[in-house]
Design a protein around this ligand. Structure first.
Ligand code: PLP
Length: 371
């Protein structure tokens, strides 16, 4: 058996079992399965938490991205600027709107290098899609200035950054839309796939509601009208009810992630081979969706930790722009390629106990012969 698994869905359920069981039973007994009050309640909690006017629940973070780009007017022939060092869904969402992904470099903090954006803008550019990777927000001050100057929409991929802040403002509250995922491994995770779009723009909120539910809207007479073509992509009411239970724990879960990060920083900073991730500073409050370190002999470390029954994750050992579907674009992104060879994600979730954290740290130290 694993000593330290990379995620522990079972333990989170065990800890919340009475509440979750009660909620599931309650929803089932009410027969409230599709777009019922639990979805509305969750949307309101999320919007209030982020300080935005609207949140619209959809069935995944990927659909949140696809719909947000479409709502921003991205269409066939357009270009959207994002990064290669992300989760593939970011890029898929651009392509599913018929647009061309234009991938730029990231910096040491794993986030979009804002100095590379303007050189990537062409007359076809329609939007910038910054990714707040690992629970840290991009330099949204610079990105918003560039977007305004060139009249571009900003859609934030905030799937890994629920609760993270930049200059005191929440991830997902800067751009035309913010896209969140509640995939089980995310900071706030459902019992399956779930996502949401956040926005201050009433038109965008309306469009997302259309897209998620077959373009249907109730007119003033209360009749159903199809005013657009949509999809089946509603946030499931049962998932929303579970998310409502878990939402109460979000602040303490984020604090626990910060505590775990602190321990990793403290005890791994003595290992000169390891490059630790950036820390919160005067601009950033990070929420540590992932704790990613950069190391030499990365693959050997992965195997060594596996032997020690510590599960880690190597995100995309082949950089996304080298994947078969993207190869022909010929993006030259030397630093993203270097990262793909060096990064490894350590276990990071609130349910980790002190003994497990120490065991991970000591195992890594043992590998580099640092005691
Ligand atoms: C998880 C994730 C997504 C996609 O979310 P799903 O809910 O799995 O569709 C998109 N972007 C990033 C950066 C993610 O981490």
């Amino acid at each position: 058996m694993l000593k330290v698994p990379f995620v522990n869905y079972k333990l989170q359920y065990q800890n919340l079992k009475p509440e979750i069981d009660k909620t599931l039973q309650d929803v089932l007994e009410r027969g409230d399965l599709i777009l019922r009050s639990d979805v509305e309640k969750f949307e309101k909690s999320l919007a209030d938490f982020l300080g935005v006017k609207y949140a619209v629940g959809v069935n995944s973070g990927t659909d949140a991205l696809i719909f947000s780009l479409k709502a921003a007017g991205v269409k066939s022939g357009d270009e959207v600027i994002t990064v290669s060092h992300t989760f593939f869904a970011t890029i898929e969402a651009i392509v599913h709107n018929g647009a061309r992904p234009v991938l730029v470099e990231v910096l040491e903090d794993y986030l979009m290098d804002t100095d590379k954006i303007e050189a990537a803008i062409t007359p076809k550019t329609k939007a910038i899609l910054p990714v707040h990777l690992n629970g840290r927000v991009c330099d949204m001050e610079k990105i918003m200035i560039i977007a305004k100057k060139h009249n571009l929409a900003v859609i934030e991929d905030a799937a890994q950054a629920l609760g993270a802040k930049f200059q005191g403002k929440m991830a997902g509250s800067f751009g035309k839309a913010g896209c969140f995922s509640f995939y089980p491994a995310k900071i706030l995770g459902a019992l399956g796939d779930a996502g949401a779009v956040t926005t201050n723009d009433e038109e965008v909120a309306k469009k997302i509601r259309l897209y998620r539910n077959h373009g249907q809207i109730k007119n003033q007479e209360g009749e159903v009208e199809m005013t657009d073509y949509g999809w089946t992509s509603r946030l499931h009411n049962l998932q929303a009810a579970v998310l409502n239970v878990k939402f109460k724990y979000l602040p303490q879960w984020i604090e626990r992630r910060k505590e775990i990060a602190k321990l990793y920083y403290q005890w791994l900073s003595g290992v000169p081979e390891i490059k630790l991730p950036p820390q919160s500073d005067e601009n950033h409050v990070d929420v540590y969706q992932n704790f990613v370190i950069r190391v030499p002999k990365r693959d050997e470390l992965f195997e060594f930790l596996k032997e020690k029954r510590v599960e880690t994750l190597i995100k995309d050992p082949l950089p996304l722009h080298h994947q078969p579907v993207l190869k022909s674009f010929n993006f030259q992104l030397a630093f993203s390629e270097k990262l793909a060879k060096e990064v490894i994600s350590l276990p990071m979730y609130p349910e980790l106990d002190q003994g497990q954290i120490e065991y991970v740290i000591n195992s890594i130290k043992e590998f580099y012969n640092r005691r």
